[in-house]
Design a protein around this ligand. Structure first.
Ligand code: OGA
Ligand code: MN
Length: 221
């Protein structure tokens, strides 16, 4: 499979972690859909998972009805972090956000079970500003972006454990994003088997909301 994966990467434009429907979309999203593989060290991945596990374990996986965006998940919004995790989140903030952007104070933690997945959606502008930055833990996955007006324009990002992705500007507003379910989890020809995946997602505050106003998203904004 690895061989055919490399072939797919050669025949479609993109880097090792991003592939798209053509050079135009890759150029268009070059600065607004970004993956940084290996953003976290193994120790940092463990720090986060160890801290999150007890909180997540208290919750049950939810299997919402057919039109919900996320299936097979549990989640929490976390505002108190250990010092080690705070240092990691600080690094996310300085890598993904502009100095002038204010972040939602509660970080969204989403735990997808192996069969869990996220359907295409655009985060609501009521609850989320111009930038979304997510850390992936445990399982690799594929995030697909599709232009909301021109579905032939798409981009896929391979999210390995320890990677950081950033969606901003056009990638955040003009494209839907989704996490592929296990049966559909391919990056080109390369099968990306899904197991349990935890994401830690930082979002900027909706535009027009000052830091004093809560503007907290409901689950899965
Ligand atoms: C969301 C979402 C992506 C992720 O919760 O709105 O798109 O990385 N999550 O889990
Ligand atoms: Mn989203």
């Amino acid at each position: 499979m690895a061989g055919s994966g490399r072939l797919a990467l050669r025949t479609l434009p993109g880097s090792g972690w991003v592939r798209g429907s053509g050079p135009a979309v890759l150029r268009r999203l070059q600065d607004s859909a970004v993956v940084q593989p290996g953003f976290l060290s193994k120790d940092e991945e463990e720090t986060l998972s160890r801290e999150l596990e007890p909180e997540l374990r208290r919750r049950r996986y939810e299997y919402d009805h057919w039109d919900a965006a996320i299936h097979g998940f549990r989640e929490t919004e976390k505002s108190r972090w250990s010092e080690a995790s705070r240092a990691i989140l600080q690094r996310v903030q300085s890598s993904a956000f502009d100095p002038g952007q204010t972040l939602l104070s509660r970080v969204h933690v989403l735990d997808l079970e192996p069969q869990g997945y996220i359907k295409p959606h655009v985060d609501s502008v009521k609850f989320c500003g111009a930038t979304i930055a997510g850390l992936s833990l445990l399982s690799p996955s594929v995030m697909r972006l599709v232009h909301t007006q021109e579905p032939g324009q798409w981009l896929e990002m391979l999210l390995e454990p320890g990677s950081l992705y950033i969606l901003r500007g056009s990638a955040r507003y003009d494209f839907s994003h989704e996490i592929l379910r296990d049966e559909e989890s391919f990056f080109g020809d390369r099968r990306i088997p899904r197991s349990r995946r935890i994401s830690v997602i930082c979002r900027s505050l909706p535009e027009g909301l000052g830091p004093g106003q809560p503007g907290q998203p409901p689950p899965a904004c």
